[in-house]
Design a protein around this ligand. Sequence first.
Ligand code: P6P
Length: 337
Amino acid sequence: EIHIPIDTNPVTLTRSIMMDQRRNPDAKGDLTQILNSIMLACKFVSNVVRKAGISSLYGLAGSQNVQGEAQKPIDIIANDIFINSLKFSNKIAALVSEEEDKIYIMGGAESGKYIIAFDPLDGSSNIDVNVSIGSIFAIWKRPDASAPVSARDFLRNGTEIECAGYCIYGSSTQLVLATKNGKVDCFTLDNSIGDFILTHPNMKIPERGHIYSVNEGNSLFWDPAITHFVDSVKHPEDGNPYSLRYVGSMVSDVHRTLLYGGIFMYPADSKSPHGKLRLLYEVLPMSFITELAGGRATDGKRRLLDTVPEHIHQRSPCYIGSPYEISQLEAAYASLT
Ligand code: P6P
C-alpha cells in the first residue's frame, strides 16, 4: 500500500467562504463574491510583490519602463488590482482606499449593500529591503442600501464590521479572515494549486505574552504613560524582561502578536498627536480581528472598536494585543494622564 502524505480533502479558502455562506440561510452570496474578489486580488498582489525586485530591475514597476513611460509604484499597482477585482464582483457600492483621497463610488453597483475600506499594500516602503508587507481590509453593510452612497456610510465604528482580514506577503503568503460573531482563520497560499489552505483554524491570542512591539526610536516624543509601560516590561519586578520585536510592517507585527501574544503599539506622541495608523483600513480591522481572537485593542483610554471616525483617513493611536498587556497599558494611562 503506497502512503501518499497528501491531504486529499483540504479546507481551502474558497470552500471556507462557501461554508460560511451555507451557514447563513438568508445569505445571497454577495459576501462570497466579495471575498472571492479579495482572494484573487491578494494572489495577484502576492505575485507582483515577489517579482517587484526583478520588475524594477527591468523598469516594469516604480521606474521608467522599456518605452520610457513612468511606471506606477507598486502600491498604485496593488490599488488598481484591488479596485478592478472588487469592481468585477459588482457587490460593492463604494470603497475607501489608502491610495484614494475620496471615496470611490463603484459605477453600476451603487445600490450594493456592502462597502469596503482597504490598504492595498501597507508598508510598501519595506519592499525595497525585502521586509514583509501586506494588504488590510474591512467590510461593512450599508445602513441604508437604498440611499445614495456617501462618505457618511464609512464613518461607522468597528463593532459594525461584517468581516475583516489581512494578507501578509512574507516568507509565505498568508491570508487571515475574521467574520462577525465568527472566528479567525489563517490560510496559507499553496502556489502549486493557486488556493489558500487552512493552516491555523480558529486563532486565539495567548492571554499574556512576552514581546512588546513599538518603534523605540520615538521614545523621545512619548507621553509619560507609554514611557512608564515600556519601562515596566524592560525592567520587570520578576527580572525577566520582555523581548522587543518591531518589523515596521503592521501586518507582520500584529500577526506575530496574535500568534505569540504580547502587545503591538503605535502611540500618539508629540511628533504624531493622533498616532500614525489609519482607523478605517488599519486600526479598526486589526482591532476587530484581535478581539475575535480573544485579544483587546485600545487607544489607551477607550476600546478602539467603539471609535467612530470623523473623516475617512483619520488616524488613531493604537495598542493591540493580549488582555494582560493591554490592561497593564490602560493602568499606566489611568494613573499617568
Ligand atoms: P514607523 C508602514 O509604513 C506603516 O504604515 C505600518 O505598516 C507600520 O506599523 C508603521 O507604518 C511603521 O511606522 O513610524 O514605526 O516606521
